[in-house]
Write a protein that binds this ligand. Structure first.
Ligand code: GLY
Ligand code: MN
Ligand code: MN
Length: 452
């Protein structure tokens, strides 16, 4: 059923290598002092119902530095005689537990197959971790993720041993490592880019499948099933975020995720869906007519959003401020809505903070993309917009939403319940924008050819 779409993906990229994890770690260590230690905690397991948990996903920073996927884990690094040692606390091998809960690499498996130097049992955290941090000065730890680790570190800071008083050592401050880590994650390596390109290809094919299967009367949930089915077929861990599949007025609700309605003749369906492949997210939105042909009014809005998106993508250039695509896309939208008679203001007024463009376009035009769908990285370091650099990946996703159900504005009748967003994932390169999601059709002609 999925073979042709799968074949269109081409060759699978290799996983992140042990060497690459080591490079990431050493980039982090190079920013630390010999008496520092750094801890990266695991995410807690969350209950879904009674004794059933949500599918587990580890903390993105843990995935970034060593790729460890299991709960009850802690990445820990310290400097020993000038050499940084990476350690991992993990669940120990335990046949009885493994019979019920699944395989565990255990301490030996962790050393053998992950980019670390020492492994410890998470069960020994209470005794081993204090020992490891006792002689440090600064502890780099993002508080609030693993309360057990937080408490051990805080207790150790309060601990006043005679030895400590005599020699003056012991952790005296907790520092948040997020800004250092986020800077590293913001710029993608060659392997990360190849994985993200593959993730984007999968999501592109999933949208094509959804377009082809759209006919009046199909359920949003059925299209969701097709998309998520293909994500699974491609060995992804599934959706990178809850898919948004909204037809008719649902297309005008930005974070609509019920996906429980029927797609009706004459409506636009907006689909925002991306997968997580080897830990990396893709994020695509396409909007198409349920019956396969854009009405005149739908085409006017679609074409305008498409032109604004193209203008946004053109601004994804090294050295441009991160928000240049946003301003470019907004300008095209505002001009277009003035021409269509939707906005009765000057261009300057329409674009102002209080201007009428905000009625129909109320979100930003993009975000960083990576391990997290809304990936880490400060947008305005020191208050100034960050300039785009090679290796950054951003989304470009302008839209227009004419919710006829809204009470705050009067929706133009001609465009009632048209919701259009077009979103691509774009890599910043010296040769200009590289659209990772370029396999996903977006012109009116190409979409009409596919739908139904
Ligand atoms: N899918 C989430 C977003 O587009 O930001
Ligand atoms: Mn997005
Ligand atoms: Mn999206």
């Amino acid at each position: 059923m999925w073979e042709d779409y799968f074949d269109a993906l081409g060759e699978e990229p290799p996983c992140i290598s042990q060497e690459e994890y080591r490079v990431r770690q050493s980039r982090l260590f190079s920013q630390l002092k010999p008496n520092d230690v750094i801890l990266i905690t695991s995410n807690p397991v969350s209950t879904r119902s009674n004794d059933v948990s949500y599918p587990y996903r580890n903390n993105s920073d843990m995935l970034y530095f060593c790729g460890w996927q299991d709960p009850d884990s802690l990445f820990f690094a310290y400097c020993d005689a000038g050499e940084w040692k990476s350690c991992l606390f993990v669940q120990p091998a335990d046949t009885l537990k493994e019979i019920w809960e699944g395989r565990r690499p255990g301490l030996e498996g962790a050393i053998a197959n992950w980019a670390i130097d020492e492994s410890y049992s998470y069960d020994d955290l209470d005794t081993k971790l204090p020992e490891l941090i006792r002689k440090s000065t600064r502890v780099f730890l993002r508080l609030g993720n693993d309360s057990k680790v937080d408490k051990i570190v805080e207790d150790e800071m309060k601990f006043q041993s005679r030895e400590r008083q005599k020699f003056g050592y012991g952790p005296s401050s907790i520092c948040d490592p997020s800004s250092m880590i986020n800077e590293l994650r913001l710029r993608k390596s060659k392997s990360e880019i190849e994985i993200m390109r593959y993730s984007a290809k999968i999501a592109s094919q999933a949208h094509i499948i959804a377009m082809k299967n759209t006919i009046p009367g199909i359920g949003e949930y059925q299209l969701e099933g097709l998309i998520e089915g293909f994500f699974k077929y491609c060995k992804t861990s599934g959706s990178a975020y809850p898919p948004i599949i909204g037809s008719g007025e649902n297309a005008t609700i930005l974070h609509y995720t019920e996906n429980d309605d029927i797609c009706n003749d004459g409506e636009i369906i907006l689909t925002d869906a991306g997968c997580e492949y080897q830990g990396y997210a893709s994020d695509i939105t396409r909007s198409w007519p349920v019956n396969g042909v854009f009405s005149e009014a739908q085409a006017e809005i679609y074409q305008l959003v498409l032109e604004s998106q193209i203008a946004g993508i053109e601004n994804c250039q090294i050295g441009k401020p991160y928000d240049a695509p946003h301003f470019a896309a907004r300008e095209v939208l505002a001009k277009g809505l003035i021409e269509l008679g939707v906005i009765d203001q000057s261009l300057e007024d329409a674009l102002s903070t209080e201007g009428d463009l905000n009625k129909w376009y109320m979100h930003n035009t993009g975000h960083w993309l990576g391990i997290d769908v809304h990936d880490v990285g400060v947008y305005k370091p020191n208050g100034e917009p960050r300039l785009l650099e090679e290796g950054m990946v951003v989304t470009v996703e302008p839209g227009l939403y004419f919710g006829a159900w809204r009470k705050d504005v009067k929706c133009p009748e001609r465009y009632a319940n048209i919701g259009i967003r077009i979103e691509d994932d774009v890599l910043i390169t010296p040769n200009g924008p590289d659209i990772l999601t370029s396999d996903c059709p977006k012109t009116i002609t190409n979409i009409e050819e596919l739908v139904g």
